[in-house]
Ligand binder design. Structure first.
Ligand SMILES: [Zn+2]
Length: 95
């Protein structure tokens, strides 16, 4: 779970989901940024659906089932996001 770099409080899974698009600490109201290493890990997660597409074509899964699997992927990614998220008080450069 992410820990606020400003006040050192650990965010719960629910708090992280609530603030995942703004990343404002629920304890000290300070804006947090996703750390560079965390962004890299997040990027790997985003690759899963991309990797999945050719497998899908290969297995000739119907569009309906593929769509359901894609939605499940999105939910899993969102659900796991608090576990891979690492916070930083300052915005780190991408590279
Ligand atoms: Zn805080």
């Amino acid at each position: 779970m992410p820990t606020c770099e400003n006040c050192g409080e650990k965010w719960t899974w629910k708090q992280t989901i609530k603030t995942m698009f703004r990343l404002v600490c629920p304890y000290c109201d300070k804006k947090q940024y996703e750390s560079a290493s965390s962004r890299t890990r997040g990027g790997v997660f985003m690759l899963f659906p991309v990797v999945f597409l050719p497998i899908n074509a290969w297995l000739e899964i119907s569009v309906g089932i593929a769509l359901i699997i894609a939605i499940i992927f999105v939910f899993i990614t969102f659900g796991l996001y608090p576990f891979i998220l690492n916070l930083s008080s300052e915005e780190e450069p991408y590279w």
